[in-house]
Design a protein around this ligand. Sequence first.
Ligand code: IMP
Ligand code: MG
Length: 178
Amino acid sequence: MTQDIERVLFSPQQLHETVHKLGEKISADYAGKNLLLVSVLKGAVVFMTDLMREITIPCSIDFMAVHSYSGTQSTGEVQILKDLGMPIEGYDVLIVEDILDSGRTLHYIMNLLRSRHPSSIRICTLFDKPSGRKADVTADYVGMLVPDAFIVGYGLDYNEKYRNLPYIGVLKSEIYGG
Ligand code: IMP
Ligand code: MG
């Protein structure tokens, strides 16, 4: 796997520090609220499991799975593969995403979940790639800004590979023919 990585963008230590800070901020902001973390499978699962352990207030978790990407190109189409397992009325929903790129995935999810009348709904993304934005979406919590490159590791994949790398790396463009 490592021979496919051009350079390491964020080390495990840097990722840990970023997730810790997000957890602190979320714990302060949501004190006394009915926090429900909604993670978008599969990319956000590593971030989710680390983030929830940095949150020091009570919270619930749930998952949904969508398909929005094929290879390195956003198709613009979002398909629900797995819906939430519970009603979200009365919850302060915080969507936990790995990376906000075109924003189409989160735009779709936000509209869908808003229609179910949660008490509030906000977005926490570990990475934000503002250069790729196509839909009108802004994250309320952003771990780190990333350049316009295809990154893998810490849950993020290229065609289902590299999710288990413990760091974030830039994928060599020859791997995806870029
Ligand atoms: P969006 O709808 O374009 O914002 O796509 C967001 C989804 O695309 C993320 O949840 C990732 O699964 C995927 N994605 C976008 N950029 C990257 C990247 O650089 N590496 C890996 N996956 C990415
Ligand atoms: Mg994803």
